[in-house]
Every structure is written in C-alpha cells, then in structure tokens.
Design a protein around this ligand. Structure first.
Ligand code: SER
Length: 317
C-alpha cells in the first residue's frame, strides 16, 4: 500500500518544515498539507481543514486514501492561558477527531506531539525522567498529558499505532513559533541578526529544554520509521536536544555580535517556565529507537545566525 500522509496544522512552526521533509521522503503528491487557511506560495497538495470538524477530516482521508496522519494543530502554552476552556475544547476535540477517524479508517500510523509542558512541580527539574509524575500547570500541558493517555488507550484498546514525542522548545530559522513560552529563543536570533536589542519575557536564568528544528524533524521521522515492536512507550517519549537559559543564549550570540544587547522584562510566561524542567532525560528514546541529537547551543547559534542572515540578505558580521 502506498503511503499517503495527512499533516494537520501544516502552516505552523513545525508543520511547515515537517511537510517539506515528508514531501522529500514520500513524494510531493503523497503528502496532503492542511490547515485552517491556505498558505500563499505553498507547493504541493493542500486541503483546508478545521480539525474540530470530524466530517471534514473524514472526507479528506477518504478522498486522498490517507494512510498516516500527523496531528500538529494545537493552542500552545502561553496563548492557551487566555481562554483556558476554549483551549481545552480545541486541543481535545481535534485529537479525538483524529483518533476516531484513524480508528474508523484503519490508518496505519498516527503522530501526536506532546510537550515538556506535561511536567509540573511533581517532577524533578533536572534530567526529568520519562516516567516522572505529571501535574501540568497550564491548560495546554493538561491537554497534552491527557492526550498522551488517550493515545495509549487507542493503542491498547484498538491497536491504533499512535506515536508521540514530548518536544522541548523548537528553534528554527525556517518558520516562526506562535503562542509558546519558548518562543523567545527564536525571536532573539531575529533581533540579533537585525542589529536590534532584545527584550526577553523570561528571567536570565530560566533554563529550559530546547531542540534545533533539524533535530526535531529528524526525531519525528525516525520515530515514525521505527519498527512497531520497538515503540514500547505508548504515552509519549521525552526528547532532549540541548538546554540553556536566556543569559546563556545571549552570551553565545555575543560571541558573534559583541554589541548585542538583551534586557529582561519577565511576564506571566516566567511562571509557566518555572514549572517546566531544566533538562530532560531521553534514555527511553535513545534505547528504544536510537535517538541521538546533533545540535548543541553553539551549533544552533551558528546555524541560526548564518541562515537568518541569508534570509534577511545581510552581509557577514
Ligand atoms: N514550545 C512550546 C510552548 O512553549 C512547548 O511545547 O508552549
């Protein structure tokens, strides 16, 4: 059976980059990108889908004979706090729709992203283990922790092959994040390259787990490619790239832009960050399907600056 992939949330920070990687892997005609709105200039197959609409997902799955679904649509940690109940409704309704459509159409594999936001005060902050206690403090984190359990339920009850990663903050030059607590670590590079000062909404010592986009995409594809028997963790896998604080990233940027200036004006997002791990233990991912990150903070910084300079068309610093 030919693989046909549906990506829900294809305009997002991760989705827009993942779609390209999946097109390279499966062929441009075998990837159906979907989101609430069409994306100008998009190359490939695109369907408008509001993932709260079960019938619409069902229709697209039938029309294109979809065999795999990547469900990336969600309202993130910071944005989600504006309207907690609405965030819960959207994050859960879209997940249930994807799980049900997948079950009813014998979808071969489903990807559901979870997050470091599932952790709260009940988990140790340093090298947080995969099996740590989950007491998330944001509605986004609650929806992800709950979603992980539903993913496992569909696997155990119906044999649906749902796979999941707990992404750290994703850092990439290809796209912009929206509504998250780790978004500062993308924005900071844009400001540095443009020669502008950066106002950080977290404290200088707010260390959080992060991952380079390239590593996040490769992790997703490696997880989805792994043999079914290898996937022993059916809630979600901890995934680590590197961890750093705003002061550490600023220091790394200063090595390339000595005049770079940062000031700290922590807002409500600092309280969200306070509940999250400083670093992640991803032994299960390493042992069960061979996960290995490539980018540390230095490599991330060099790549971000090089690529954003090209994007903004600036001459070398
Ligand atoms: N980057 C996400 C957020 O900040 C974490 O999953 O919400």
């Amino acid at each position: 059976m030919e693989t046909v992939v549906l990506v829900i949330g294809a305009n997002g920070q991760l989705g827009s980059v993942l779609v390209k990687a999946l097109q390279d892997k499966f062929g441009i005609n075998n990837v159906i990108a979907s989101d609430l709105r069409y994306r100008d200039g998009f190359k490939g197959q695109f369907e408008i889908i509001d993932a709260t609409d079960f019938e619409r997902i069902q229709e697209v799955v039938e029309t294109h004979k979809v065999t795999q679904i990547y469900h990336l649509a969600a309202i993130l940690s910071a944005k989600g706090e504006e309207h907690p109940l609405q965030t819960w409704d959207i994050n859960m309704k879209t997940l249930f729709n994807v799980l049900e459509v997948s079950r009813l159409n014998n979808i071969e594999k489903v990807f559901f992203p979870s997050s470091i936001a599932v952790f709260g005060d009940g988990a140790v902050k340093y090298e947080t283990p995969n099996t740590a206690y989950l007491d998330p403090a944001t509605v986004y984190g609650i929806s992800k922790a709950t979603g992980e359990n539903w993913a496992q339920y569909y696997f155990l009850r119906y044999g649906l092959d749902v796979r999941s990663l707990r992404y750290p903050g994703v850092i990439g030059y290809q796209s912009l994040p929206g509504g998250g607590t780790t978004d500062y670590a993308v924005d900071i590079f844009h400001k540095a390259v443009l020669g502008e000062p950066f106002q950080c909404f977290l404290n200088e010592d707010a260390t959080l787990p992060m991952i380079m986009m390239e590593d996040a995409i490769r992790a997703t594809i490696e997880l989805m490619d792994a043999p079914k028997e290898a996937i022993k963790t059916r809630t979600s896998y901890n995934l680590a790239g590197t961890s750093f604080s705003p002061a550490e990233i600023a220091n790394e940027i200063t090595k390339i832009y000595p005049d770079f200036k940062i000031e700290y004006a922590p807002d409500f997002r600092q309280q969200i960050a306070d509940k999250w791990p400083n670093s992640i233990d991803d032994t299960a991912a390493r042992e069960e399907w061979g996960w290995q990150p490539e980018f540390n903070l230095e490599a991330m910084t060099k790549t971000m600056i090089k690529e954003l300079k090209a994007y903004y068309n600036l001459i070398p610093a």
